[in-house]
Design a protein around this ligand. Structure first.
Ligand SMILES: [Zn+2]
Length: 476
């Protein structure tokens, strides 16, 4: 009997509010260490936390987007533990009564849809950050991050492979960005994940799980989970036992290492936060937040397929971010052929931006400018092939399509006398091929087309070349 992996994920998503969860300190990333702190987020006595309502609203919005229950009364708790990056000695979080419970997210892996349960989202504060890099034998602590509002999004153990886990994370990452609740920049630690992994024989109870901490790139997450599944199977098959523990994945060595025994909830001695009243939100407020919910990725994909006749693949590519989707719709407004727009945006422009390492938001070619280029294909001024060269130049210089076509003399030749002259020259240069074609070697037609296009340096109108070539071959 084969092994089956069981994976549950805890994702920490920093909410993009301007100020921290319980004080007015700035959450801006990258400031000098320990400059964005106050007595509240430093855990000094005599100061009371005040809850940031923006963080509450954004957590509720996220809960609504995963079709979860919003608890109109929830509670903050203290999770007590000692760690150098936690000056208070406890973290304010939610434990028995979280703000959001019982949601789900649908993923698609290898063409199969699957629903992943989301147990809960609790609102909490981030801890500070330990810094080891470039320091010998010591660690420094930056408390700027301490108190930044965080959603902990806890899934059910519903995933069965690293691919499913990554699909879920990508979907969640896209969702929080669409909702505008988090910038979710993984390199800045704004979207981080812990994975609980176990293996068992299907039909038997779940195995003992190990927790992989602080995974912060989709690639490492896949590597780490695959490694862990493999490690546990080998361990059990060699007669060993998996122990419950927390492990750290070393991405450079490609292995995970034991960090500490895994704590149980009672180890943290949770108790209600005495300095904050229960969090109450009215049903009306929840409805107001629901009414203002933006279009979600799944709805956007479906609309792109239906409204513009895009393939599922193109619809998926073009709905990867709100900015890309907006660009596409602006492009369709500028050039009315949605399939041509999708093709040129997804395959040509994005490919070129990728090579330059830039995002659609930094595109040197606006949707209007790309639309104008596509108009020049549609009206026969240039061929699709030449248009690719023009787009290269547009990305490079930021100039308009018309300016580049004009300056480089790229206008398509649609003058039939000029094309006839080129065709006659090609036929005169290849008498043997002409005789062979007339003798029934139909396949040579493509050869003649190629020669004429080459003679025109790609500028001859291909439809006209086809038409005139057939007539002249027959006649002469
Ligand atoms: Zn503060």
């Amino acid at each position: 009997m084969s092994w089956e992996a069981v994976i549950g994920l805890e994702v920490h998503v920093q909410i993009n509010s301007k100020t921290k969860a319980f004080c007015g300190c700035s959450t801006a990333f990258g400031a000098e260490p320990n400059t964005q702190v106050c007595p509240v987020c430093l855990g000094m006595p005599g100061q009371l936390p005040v809850l940031n309502s923006e963080a509450v609203q954004k957590t509720v919005l996220t809960g609504l987007a995963i079709e979860a229950t919003i608890n109109l009364e929830s509670r903050f708790d203290r999770k007590n533990y000692f760690y150098p990056d936690l000056p208070k000695g406890y973290q304010i979080t939610q434990f028995p009564l979280p703000l959001v419970e019982h949601g789900h997210l649908d993923i698609c892996v290898d063409g199969r849809e699957k629903r992943i349960g989301i147990t809960r989202i609790h609102l909490e504060e981030d801890a500070g950050k330990s810094m080891h890099e470039g320091l010998e034998g010591v660690s420094h602590i930056d408390l700027n991050r301490s108190g930044v509002p965080l959603m902990e999004i806890v899934s059910e153990p519903d995933m069965r492979s690293a691919d499913e886990a990554v699909a879920y994370l990508k979907q969640l990452h896209q969702l929080v960005r669409f909702l505008g609740v988090s910038d979710a920049d993984m390199e800045k630690g704004q979207f981080r994940c812990d994975a609980n992994v176990s293996v068992h024989r299907p039909g038997t109870p779940f195995g003992t799980r190990a927790e992989l901490k602080n995974l912060n790139s989709f690639r490492f997450i896949k590597q780490a989970i695959d490694y862990e599944i493999h490690r546990q199977i080998e361990l059990i098959e060699d007669g060993g036992r998996v122990v419950q523990e927390t492990r750290l994945f070393d991405s450079s060595a490609g292995v995970s290492r034991s960090m500490r025994g895994k704590e149980e909830a009672h180890d943290y001695r949770y108790f209600p936060e005495p300095d904050l009243p229960p969090l109450r939100i009215t049903a009306d407020e929840v409805e107001r937040i629901r009414a203002a919910m933006p279009e979600l990725p799944a709805a956007l994909r479906a609309r792109f397929e239906q409204e513009y006749g895009l393939s599922a693949y193109d619809a998926d590519v073009l709905s990867q971010s709100r900015e890309l989707a907006d660009y596409f719709e602006a492009l369709v407004a500028a050039h009315a052929d949605p399939k041509r727009c999708a093709n040129w945006l997804a395959n040509e422009l994005l490919g070129r931006l990728n090579e330059r390492g830039s995002e659609i938001t930094a595109s040197p070619v606006s949707a209007q400018a790309l639309g104008a280029l596509l108009d020049r294909i549609a009206d026969g001024t240039i061929s699709g092939k030449i248009a690719k060269d023009v787009l290269d130049a547009m990305v490079e210089s930021g100039d308009s399509a018309d300016a580049i076509i004009e300056a480089r003399g790229l206008k398509q030749v649609s003058d039939s006398d000029a094309i006839d002259a080129m065709i006659r020259r090609v036929l005169a240069d290849h008498p043997e091929e002409v005789a062979a074609w007339r003798g029934g070697k139909e396949r040579l037609f493509g050869f003649f087309v190629g020669q004429v296009m080459k003679a025109s340096r790609g500028k001859a109108n291909p439809a006209l070349v086809n038409q005139r070539l057939r007539q002249l071959l027959r006649k002469e």
